[in-house]
Ligand binder design. Sequence first.
Ligand SMILES: [Zn+2]
Length: 344
Amino acid sequence: MNQCVEKSHAEFRRAWLLVLMPALLAAGGCTDRSPADSSVGQSPGVSTSSSTIVCTTGMVADIVGQVAGSRADITALMGEGVDPHLYVPTRSDIVRLRDADVIFYNGLFLEGQMQETFKKLASSGKPVFAVTADIPPGDLRAPPGFKGHPDPHVWNDVALWGRTVEAVAARLAEHDPGHADEYRANAAAFRDQLDALDAYARQAIASIPASQRYLVTAHDAFGYFGRAYRISVESVQGITTESEPGVDDINRLVDLLVTKQIPAIFVESSVSEANLQAVMYGAQSRGWTVTNGGMLFSDAMGRAGTYEGTYLGMIDHNVTTIARALGGEVPQRGMNGRLAVGGD
Ligand SMILES: [Zn+2]
């Protein structure tokens, strides 16, 4: 996918939307569906839902679904392979957001093109919550170069992401006090699964030989992952995909790969591969062959309806793929034996 084309398209949509959004928020009435959307809630036939909840990313929708259980119909606006940094809401997204009972988003400026939308919806009285809002600032990464904002890729540290589960339970309990105990119980049960996933990630990454514990990716989505699981992280692009890398960025990574003899680098499902291919060619020209270690789900989960299309499956896939490509010891099909064969 050509990122320049994608970006200019996103900018075009943004400009268009800024003109139309006030009218859409006031009147609505559009019914076209975004190709990216995916429903993750209960099917209408079995749901006893009383709320309609709209979320931005699949990761946010997954935790909200775990906590809400059958009490809500939940939709994620951004599906497989969608880059949240560049995502501009469609007209039908705006209608869905306006019609939702509750809205959850990641926050920390992950959804960089949706800030005005959230602000307008909140000022109209809509319950709009960032799931990361309760994380103490001291626990967030603050890398240079993201306009002074903290790193938004919190889901890549499973324990840290677990705190958003409590935040979602608290917000749902406020919205629907009659079922507060159920939301808290669902949150606690899901936290147990996250604890097991966190332990698997620690063990898997620790099995990589120390000299090869370098995670090289397309953009800087894995800073929390590296901090939590003790692996050095390097990327071609920065925290957001909105700026293109320069030759210096490419050369810096080629130097690292060649001097450390790192065997593999990783592409991302939501980011162009072109920059990583330049890095691989650069290393090759200096006599060091780097393999493509596999595709990682950095900012979007896998296809809806698959194991990789859940938060647990997304992280299991990433951890297993990284550990295997860098010489670690992991089960062929991941911690639950549910990964697609070959891990991709
Ligand atoms: Zn990102």
